[in-house]
Design a protein around this ligand. Structure first.
Ligand SMILES: [Zn+2]
Length: 256
């Protein structure tokens, strides 16, 4: 099935179901035991992405890229990347996407605020020369009305559900496997092996902070990944001859 992008001016009038049909990319035709496309996403623009993840990925393959999702008010805050660093990574092939204004829960604010905040993300990305095709909901929170507003501005939307895509890929309702503290390389690799065995066409990872194994992690939260686990995943992908790509690149392959 060919993808038919929803014209932006029509999107607001379409029901969630109609949006889903327009956004469907491929049916479930991937043969079992073939390799899925692998997408890395990094939420909130933590500095470790610039300092550790980006250089590591480039050392494996300069063509590997990932997608950053960050609220427009985050760059430059302590522990987070600066706007110049985000722009530098974009120039190296990374994609940037919207993630709200202040990491607000879009399903808990008025629709006027949803419209204002999503439009502000779009404008911010465009004004700063960044890509503006993809969006991830802060906290993974959304509803049909929120989805319709985001779809007026962005072509690809990542939720926090870990979809298996066995009925096809809907670019307006993508998923993510959340990499958490305590995950080993085998846990991360296992998600790809699961997709291979099932004939799933796509695996999207969601990372936040990459922590060197010698450092003391912040145990007040669980959204960090040990560097050794990340390296183990990269080793596996290189050994299998698989790529690491952005959301935008994966949708270009699956939705053509
Ligand atoms: Zn976030």
């Amino acid at each position: 099935m060919r993808a038919v992008p929803a014209p932006l001016h029509l999107a607001r009038y379409l029901s969630g179901m109609a949006l889903a049909l327009l956004a469907a990319c491929i049916p479930s035709t991937t043969p079992p035991e073939s390799d899925p496309l692998v997408v890395f996403t990094f939420d909130d623009a933590h500095h470790s992405v610039y300092e550790i993840a980006g250089p590591l990925m480039r050392s494996y393959d300069p063509s590997w890229g990932a997608t950053h999702f960050f609220p427009l008010e985050y760059p430059g805050q302590p522990g987070l990347m600066t706007l110049a660093q985000v722009q530098e990574m974009e120039a190296l092939g990374w994609e940037t996407g919207g993630h709200g204004r202040t990491h607000e829960n879009l399903s808990a604010v008025t629709m006027d605020q949803v419209r204002s905040d999503v439009a502000a993300s779009d404008s911010f990305l465009r004004a700063n020369g960044l890509s503006h095709e993809s969006y991830a909901y802060a906290f993974g929170n959304y509803n049909d009305s929120v989805q319709a507003v985001v779809a007026e501005h962005f072509r690809n939307i990542r939720t926090s559900h870990d979809f298996k895509y066995l009925d096809g890929v809907n670019r307006l309702q993508l998923g993510a496997y959340d990499a958490k503290a305590g995950h080993t390389a085998d846990d991360l690799i296992g998600r790809i092996e699961e997709a291979r065995l099932a004939g799933s066409p796509l695996v999207i990872f969601c990372f936040h902070v990459i922590v060197p194994d010698t450092a003391t992690p912040d145990v007040s939260h669980d959204w960090w990944t040990h560097e050794s686990a990340f390296i183990g995943l990269l080793d596996y992908l290189r050994e299998r001859g698989m790529e690491v790509m952005t959301v935008r690149a994966a949708m270009a392959e699956l939705c053509q």
